[in-house]
Design a protein around this ligand. Structure first.
Ligand code: GLA
Length: 716
């Protein structure tokens, strides 16, 4: 019945409207509105963006700044698009032609066709509205109907205008093993740019996620802001320009750096989507909007479950053999893990992969280390009751490899210049269809030969330098764009054949964390830094934009903190292990076995519940956050002490997201064997109202590097 309703009423509804002056195009989600107007000069302007208004109020909002600012005519600010026509004319005017809205299911897409009055050149602006999630996806199609190629030198996905007294930008920058450092600053006049020119591993120094708070810095629960992210696994650029009248323009898109694009006659250039959400209630709401969107639309199998895995990278590095691995399968089983993940070092024969200097590109089992092959390992793992997964880095090559010897022309490197290495390796030329076939076949042949491989970790350990493609010839300025397109082509083919295989996105730690890629991946590796104290900040940072089921968090030997602390930190994300458990004490083993069971029981709330960040590690010497199930019947609450001292006072924490009318029992869980909760409120029942207003004393003491996990369950 329900399906029938949707087929009838949500099947494609198309409205075609022709140009008239002063026409308004209203794009609304549950709580926000973006209002565009067509002026008498047929230019399309942004008249309003913010909280949804009463229908009659929109008529009062007219004019505004052009929604997709062009270059070469009267605009003196940074343009969204700049082109040079075939005849050398470096200007563009875009006038409204028509618009239409197509709705289906829970989202609708409005497209607005614009055309240059003097040249057969078109731009279509697209806005997909995810009504319930309060998320908008904006992108453009740029079409050359001229007879000769047109050069694009700027081609943004989106331009948003703001008009306020002040703007605060929150950005997330980093480096290897210190990803996602949050910095918030007021924007001053001029342009602040956040960008990547790294090609691959593009989020290595700067992620493509940000907040802009309007008028004043927003908190978790208060303030007006947008959260944004570009769905593109490559060079990106955001310009935040505050002009002479204090107007702010946020331009988002592919970084046009070294990337002039020659658009051929009849060719359409499609920009990646810029994803954004508006919140009138602080960063917490913005995060939850993005999490909802990500689970429903943005991440491969976003609402599905995830496996607890035992990885061997921290435990063995590349120093292993069959017997050692089989032993580890047993340890994985003992823990209660679902899968064993074999990391780097399993391949290469002429140049065995015994360190990171050789073997990359030669994806055959190392016959010395693994004489019986991958099939044997899969069987042995399954015999012990765990699945088997494997690490790959298919876009890269070591100069010491057979691949390098056979196909020097498949590698991105400059002629007449020395090769430049990152982690002793080079990047393959994914702009070349033959290389795309090769990368696809690495995975396809492996999965065809050993079909029960149940998980892949897809790594990418360097960015691009000294970059030149033998395949692209005179079109070098297309390299960065074509590389990312090539990567997506490979992933599209793989996903067509292997739609449900879980794949982890990894890039020398968290160098690739974007929604352009996550539609193909089930999770990502946030950082090679697994010290739990650092991980609290790193995972906290990612939690602003990504749901917990995508943020992998492994318990490893890194850091001197207790196993309990490490486990509690991993539990706030997608928990896994990368540690030798045969060094554990019997209590540690017992604790970990119980922890895996507990995690499996509570993970539906962590993965699919609503996240509330309660106390920020950036403000206090502790971090507190909670996940609440959709029906508000269960919640998991995490309390982490950082390097706290006696001078820290940890007061009560008011909870969020609970139903004030329900009654909740609070229980400390994940306790170490032989210890019991010292929290006065443990195992007591409170009304939701009390927990929201008065809160709980979560810390009995201020002991540094200790933690608690609490479960709240509704009382019948
Ligand atoms: C990268 C990853 C690590 C590990 C190594 C293997 O650094 O981030 O997790 O897989 O590569 O070489």
């Amino acid at each position: 019945m329900k399906k029938c309703f949707w087929t009838l009423f949500c099947s494609i509804l198309t409205v075609l409207v022709h140009a008239q002056s002063d026409r308004q195009i209203l794009l609304e989600t549950k709580n926000s509105a973006l209002l565009l107007s067509v002026g008498a000069n047929q230019r399309v302007t942004q008249s309003y963006f913010g909280k949804k208004l009463a229908p009659a109020d929109y008529a009062l909002l007219k004019g505004g700044r052009e929604v997709y600012l062009t270059a070469g005519m009267e605009n003196q600010n940074e343009p969204a698009i700049r082109i040079v026509h075939a005849d050398g004319n470096p200007s563009l005017e875009l006038q409204y032609v028509s618009h239409k809205t197509t709705s289906g299911g829970d989202s609708s897409t409005t497209s607005i066709l614009l055309r240059d009055p003097q040249y057969p050149f078109e731009v279509t602006l697209y806005y997909t509205l995810y009504y319930n999630e309060d998320v908008i996806k904006a992108w453009t199609e740029i079409r050359n109907n001229e007879k000769k190629p047109v050069q694009l030198t700027a081609y943004a996905s989106s331009l948003l205008h703001f008009n306020a007294d002040a703007y605060w930008l929150t950005q997330f920058h980093g480096d290897w093993a210190r990803e996602m450092n949050m910095v918030e600053e007021q924007l001053t006049n001029g342009i602040k740019t956040l960008e990547s020119k790294l090609g691959t591993r593009s989020n290595f120094y700067q992620t493509q996620t940000f907040f802009v708070s309007i008028n004043k810095p927003s908190t978790e629960t208060e303030g007006e802001l947008i959260a944004g992210s570009l769905n593109w696994t490559g060079n990106f650029k955001y310009n935040f320009e505050v002009d002479q009248r204090n107007g702010l323009r946020v331009i988002s898109g592919i970084n046009p750096y070294a990337s002039n694009y020659n658009l051929q006659p009849s060719e359409t250039f499609t920009t990646p989507a810029f994803l954004f959400t508006w919140s009138g209630h602080g960063k917490g709401e913005a995060s939850r909007n993005l999490h909802h969107w990500a689970r429903n639309y943005g991440v491969m199998d976003g609402n599905g479950s995830r496996m607890v895995l035992l990885n061997n990278w921290e435990a063995t590095g590349m120093n292993f053999n069959e017997a050692r691995l089989v032993e580890l399968f047993g340890e994985a089983k003992k823990l209660g893990a679902d899968l064993f993940l074999l990391d780097d070092g399993w391949f290469g024969n002429k140049y065995p992969r015994d360190n990171d200097k050789a073997g990359l590109g030669d994806w055959q089992e190392d016959k010395k280390k693994l004489p019986s092959g991958l099939g044997y390992l899969v069987n042995e793992a399954e015999k012990q009751g765990v699945k088997f997964g494997i690490w790959l880095e298919p876009e890269m090559v070591n100069p010491k490899s057979e691949l390098y010897e056979k196909h020097p022309d498949w590698i991105l490197k400059l002629p007449n210049r020395p090769e430049n290495y990152g982690r002793n390796q080079l990047v393959l030329d994914l702009t070349n269809p033959k290389v795309q076939d090769f990368v696809y076949s690495i995975v396809d042949e492996m999965l065809t030969k050993t079909p029960r491989i149940a998980f892949i970790k897809w790594d990418c350990n360097r960015s691009m330098t000294n970059t030149y493609s033998a395949y692209l010839g005179s079109n070098q300025s297309h390299l960065y764009i074509e590389y990312t397109r090539g990567f997506y082509k490979v992933m599209d083919r793989l996903r067509a054949k292997y739609p449900s295989l879980p794949i982890m996105l990894c890039s020398g730690g968290g160098g690739r964390t974007d929604y352009g890629a996550l539609k193909y991946f089930t999770e990502f590796w946030p950082s090679d830094n697994t010290d739990p104290l650092d991980r609290i900040y790193i995972q906290w940072g990612y939690s602003y934009f990504f749901p917990a089921n995508t943020i992998t968090a492994h318990i490893t030997g890194m850091g001197k903190q207790s196993l309990k602390y490490k486990t509690d930190v991993a539990m706030m994300g997608k928990m896994g292990y990368d540690i030798r458990t045969n060094n554990f004490t019997p209590q540690e083993l017992q604790f970990s076995e119980e922890a895996v069971k507990t995690y499996k029981r509570i993970s539906p709330v962590i993965w699919r519940g609503d996240l509330y960040r309660l106390v920020s590690p950036y403000e206090k010497n502790r971090a507190v956050l909670m996940y609440v199930s959709k029906d508000q019947n269960q919640a998991i609450l995490f309390n982490y002490h950082l390097n706290s001292t006696r001078s820290d006072v940890f007061g009560k924490v008011s909870l969020q997201g609970l139903d004030p009318k329900k009654r909740y029992r609070i229980k400390e869980i994940n306790l170490f064997p032989g210890t019991k909760s010292v929290i006065a409120d443990n195992d007591k029942v409170f009304t939701g109202e009390y927990l929201l207003q008065v809160g709980l004393a979560l810390s009995a003491r201020t002991t540094p590097l200790t933690s608690n996990v609490y479960e709240l369950t509704v009382e019948p």
